[in-house]
Design a binder for this molecule. Structure first.
Ligand code: C2E
Ligand code: CA
Ligand code: CA
Ligand code: CA
Length: 278
């Protein structure tokens, strides 16, 4: 045990020491992963419920770790944010997604919208508008085919600088969606203040659709709210036929989930797309 002064004692167990050294190890590996380009993007389709066509895809980050294999973001995103490494990683994600989107759209797969996840820390530390402008210019991707997925954390901060960046992004023609949308009080106050195009219903509500009327009421409320505010509504995490049927009946615009496809590496995504006749 170690005294922190003021009568406060904190205990460091061997377990905590091991965890701390594992974290340090992972951070060193993450740093070299940025240099060695060990990241890739997998793509998960968005399906339009009007005609069941594929209208786009979300780019999801993966780390091809030399020893541990393919890692999903939950394994390293927290550390990436704490260490600031999320900034170069997300910059790469943005450029790579734009590049890939431009290639697919030039190859005649229809106009596919490409969605990229943005971290709150990115909005605080970088000029996201400038990064996006550069990524668009460099790739030649049509701006209206790029969408940025923002979390509520970015939106509830009531920050003038963020509002300014969002206005700039809109002026570039890029669209903005709210990821993991819920129905909290804060949600209701910010969505009318920001220049948004889409709400993504959190998968937890979709998951509960089969378990009674509460989730259905929430999903219906989000869809109606979105439509009243002139926003498109997409439901995430659709895994079952029954969930799809309910979402369709409720007038949801788009869906995404394992029912259609898991996130796929680029070549597999294009194969999947071709199998859908696109
Ligand atoms: P998210 O943005 O909410 O992405 C959706 C997550 O749900 C993805 O997990 C996706 O693989 C998973 N998913 C999709 N459909 C289904 C389904 O039907 N059932 C279930 N159980 N899961 C489904 P993933 O790829 O592990 O990503 C986790 C989170 O990491 C993302 O959540 C996002 O917040 C973050 N993330 C992913 N890529 C990036 C990135 O490039 N930059 C940043 N900053 N964050 C990212
Ligand atoms: Ca997302
Ligand atoms: Ca989400
Ligand atoms: Ca999520």
């Amino acid at each position: 045990a170690k005294s922190l002064g003021g009568g406060t004692w904190r205990f460091f167990s061997p377990d905590m020491a091991r965890r701390a050294s594992e974290q340090a190890q992972l951070e060193a590996e993450l740093r070299s992963a940025v240099k060695r380009q060990e990241f890739e993007l997998h793509y998960q389709p968005f399906v339009d419920l009007r005609d069941n066509s594929v209208v786009g895809a979300e780019a999801l980050l993966r780390w091809r770790h030399p020893q541990r294999g393919m890692l999903r973001p939950d394994a390293f995103l927290g550390l990436a944010e704490e260490s600031g490494l999320i900034l170069p990683i997300n910059e790469w994600v943005l450029r790579e997604a734009c590049r890939q989107g431009a290639v697919w759209n030039a190859a005649g797969h229809g106009a596919l919208r490409i969605a990229v996840n943005v971290s709150p820390i990115q909005f605080r530390r970088q000029k996201v508008g400038d990064l996006v402008r550069e990524a668009l210019a460099e790739s030649g991707l049509r701006p209206d085919l790029l969408e940025l997925e923002l979390t509520e954390g970015i939106l509830i901060s009531h920050d003038d600088q963020i509002l300014g960046e969002m206005a700039l992004l809109r002026s570039l023609g890029v669209s903005l969606s709210v990821d993991d949308f819920s129905t909290g009080y804060s949600s209701l106050s910010y969505i009318r203040n920001f220049p948004l195009q889409r709400l993504k219903i959190d998968s937890s509500f979709v998951k509960e659709l089969a378990h009674g009327p509460r989730a259905l009421a929430i999903v219906r409320t989000i869809i109606d709210l979105g439509h009243i505010l002139n926003l498109q509504v997409l439901a995430e995490g659709v895994e079952e036929e029954e969930q799809l049927a309910v979402l369709r009946a409720e007038g949801c615009d788009e869906v995404q989930g394992y029912y259609f496809s898991r996130p796929l590496p680029p070549a597999a995504f294009i194969e999947w797309l071709s199998a859908q006749g696109m």
